[in-house]
Design a protein around this ligand. Sequence first.
Ligand code: DLL
Length: 435
Amino acid sequence: MSKYFQPEIETAPVEQLRAIQDERLVKTVKHVYENVALYRERMDAAGIKPEDITCAADLYKLPFTYKQDLRDTYPYGMMAVPMTDVVELHASSGTTGKQIVVGYTQNDLDVWADIVARQLYAIGADKDDYVHVSYGYGLFTGGFGLHLGAQRIGATTIPVSSGNTTRQITILKDFGSTVLCCTPSYALYIGETLEQMGLSPDDISLKAGIFGAEPWTEGMRKDIEKKLGLKAYDIYGLTEIMGPGVAFECEEQTGMHVNEDHFIVEIIDPDTGEVLPEGAEGEIVFSCISKEAFPLLRYRTRDIGVLTRKKCSCGRTFIKMSKPRGRTDDMLIIRGVNVFPSQIETVLTQLGYSANYQLIVDRVNNTDTLEVRVEMTPEMFSDAVRNISAKESEIREALKSLLGLSAKVKLVEPQTIERSIGKAVRVIDNRKLHD
Ligand code: DLL
């Protein structure tokens, strides 16, 4: 069986990919100029005509698109085809602000199925697999996206959706699920529940997992792999661009290949908007080049990552993006120190804790405070009380020396931090209450 779903594209020489991007970008720019008022107005205001964009290298000339634009044109102002051609809608509420809605033509759904199918083939799944989808079904893109891909490869699709964790385990066991798809925090929760039910990975048949929709660390990957007895792969995507499958991890497990025949990715300096060279960290920006219903150009994701064209051992030629470190809007600034929750997670998992933690930020007498609440593992808890303050200062010291961050650390009893069946809530920022 091939590990590529569409080998001619996935392993195409870079020049060939460039040529596809050139042609598709030119077509998409014309399409949005003619059909989306916001793009026509923006381009007119910037003095750019569709003819000025002749290849992918001209992309930088185009204005950016922001989440606010999607809110301002809510619900259907960014659709580039008549609504009669739109066969499905999805929406994202985000953590703050008004929801946005996106649309797909039948052709868009076919492309979505293909790119998720590429992910499934890349991790060694095929029609003989049982793909257990525990991402939420509904307006969230996770459930339906993975579902489409699983059907496209002819796998036996199990649309469980999220929640009811003991039932998830019964289904994993009885239905013989071989591939699990959910958020990494839910995967961890499923792993813990398996343990609590007195079962081990040998009692289920999982061989791989496709986990995304939130940042997660290498430490968390190892923990999930151990608890569930599988290989854990990362998948990236966002509602505005397509949903899961914009980028996917291969057997190397060192970052995600961007489906470059459908999306052009850039890294920019979030402050100046300047395009940064390969290898530099910055904000990830996507342009859709094959979408019909909702093709965004230069969309500012707010995700922070790095791109590389280094040759990948899997043979794919698509550019790779690192695991996003976080989002510009999730970065905490604690007394002048910039820190992403994922950096704290790395420190905790290196010290042997699982990724059950919460960050509580506040402001006391005009000074920011951070409390890191970390759950003890059951083993630590049983051997513990006298050790607690020593363990807390060990974490405090590690945060200080690795991140330059002074924090209060509080070890809490096992199972006391709320588990998530979707995206985990890591940060409680009480400063917002005072603003
Ligand atoms: O989370 C789509 C998705 C579903 C991706 C299932 C993967 C699996 P949104 O709800 O619109 O869409 O959230 C998109 O989630 O901008 C990132 O900040 C974050 N995100 C998504 N995938 C990853 C990942 C879906 N693999 C936002 N690593 C994005 C880190 C991720 N962050």
